[in-house]
Design a protein around this ligand. Structure first.
Ligand SMILES: *Cc1c(COP(=O)(O)O)cnc(C)c1O
Length: 399
């Protein structure tokens, strides 16, 4: 029964060569992580105590003062923003997302705007966009500069959001410098910045006040998990707005490393982060996955990805209009299929559709299909998947 859990539900399994996309259910979990979650499900604990231990472990792994297991990086952005708005004031926590009279703006570079920043706005703040990504026009060379961020900061600024990535401008160091001059915290969206594992420490080491990571991407934790790490008072504020608050202050003994009760004039109600609660299974699963991720040899991880892609490459039928090549894509290699614009039996979109509509359904990265390219990502492939993909590709390309 457990072996065919999806079949029992009448849901098709897919071969996920798109990568760690949430809409394709992320990646695969190591058996050790799944086993730890199953074991966690057999005993109850005090969830604040568990988050307290998680905080200490995350602090050790990231170099941050404290950390919290969240239900994803997006939840971390919501909780982190809320923490920057309210600080440790329970009356402000209770009023969110109404930010009347509070710091109600988050400054962000316009070129870093993306669909995940809805999670920041959910806390009740307005995004203040800065800079002009002039390079889009071809002739331009500029993006936002640090002085432009500085000019947008005011007593209404709760935080500066910086979305990590190779293209992010201005550099984090400059953003931190101008924000900290006005004692404004910097919140980093580092959801997809792993691997390399060193990035777990990099943004904190640079001075970021809060950093959000996905647990369901490369860490290999539960798909709906993540980490928020950073300064202790901010993590405390985030924890208070995520934890269940059906407690009485007098008898509540939260873990002192995570929540310093003496700093609270009262207990907040269920906070704005209560809908993003995490269970004991997610917390244990994330911690187990993170420990394994950090212990893994990066060269062995790369070799395993290369081997999956090489198996597909070796099985591709030769066609004069099809070229295939394994190439680096950021920190992860991909197999790139390029279809010539003339003389091909089908175009990239048609090939992607044929793969998706077959049995099993094979999903690839078709974001560059208009340019004749499909990408296959190894991160969510199971050992038997390359053989299935080769068989389907041969059948489609033969017909
Ligand atoms: C994936 C991603 C998120 C969301 O992460 P979840 O863990 O799925 O909530 C946020 N920001 C960026 C840049 C991402 O790539």
């Amino acid at each position: 029964m457990a072996a065919d859990v999806y079949g029992r539900l009448g849901v098709r399994r897919i071969v996920n060569a798109k990568g760690l996309a949430t809409r394709l259910s992320g990646g695969l979990m190591r058996p050790e992580v799944a086993a730890a979650m199953a074991a966690a499900a057999q005993h109850c604990v005090d969830i604040a105590e568990l988050q307290g231990q998680a905080s200490a472990l995350i602090a050790g792994w990231t170099g941050a003062e404290a950390g919290l297991v969240t239900s994803g990086a997006a939840a971390g952005l919501l909780l982190g923003t809320a923490a920057c708005v309210t600080g440790l004031d329970p009356s402000k926590m209770n009023r969110l997302p109404d930010t009347t009279g509070m710091r109600d703006q988050v400054v962000v570079v316009r070129s870093q705007r993306n669909m995940y920043d809805h999670a920041v706005r959910m806390a009740g703040v307005a995004l203040v966009e800065v800079g002009l990504p002039d390079r889009y026009a071809g002739a331009g060379v500029r993006d936002a500069e640090a002085w432009e961020i500085e000019a947008a900061l005011s007593e209404r600024t709760a935080a500066v959001l910086w979305v990590a990535g190779p293209q992010a401008r201005p550099p984090l160091q400059q953003v931190i410098e101008v924000a900290h001059r006005m004692r404004i915290p910097v919140l980093v969206d580092a959801a997809a910045q792993l691997p390399p594992a060193q990035n777990l420490r990099r943004f904190i080491a640079a001075g970021a006040d809060l950093v959000a990571f996905s647990g369901g991407k490369a860490i290999g934790g539960p798909q709906a998990s993540g980490i928020l790490c950073g300064r202790q008072p901010l993590i405390m504020a985030a924890a208070l707005q995520q934890l269940d608050m059906d407690v009485e202050l007098a008898e509540w003994q939260p873990p002192p490393g995570l929540i310093d009760r003496r700093l609270l004039k009262g207990l907040p109600q269920h906070g704005i982060g209560r809908p993003c609660k995490v269970g004991k299974e997610q917390i244990v699963g994330l911690l187990t996955a993170l420990e394994l991720f950090l212990a893994e040899d990066p060269a062995a991880r790369e070799a395993a990805w290369q081997a999956l892609l090489a198996e597909i490459l070796a099985g591709l039928p030769a066609k004069p209009w099809l070229t295939a090549e394994i190439r680096p894509r950021g920190a992860v290699p991909g197999l790139r299929l390029t279809i010539a614009p003339v003389g091909a039996a089908l175009d990239a979109d048609q090939l992607a559709t044929a793969l998706a509509e077959g049995e099993p359904s094979i999903r690839v990265d078709r974001s560059q299909a208009a340019d004749g390219r499909l990408w296959l990502d190894p991160q969510a492939l199971a050992p038997g998947d390359p053989a299935l993909m080769v068989a389907r590709l041969q059948a489609i390309l033969a017909s």
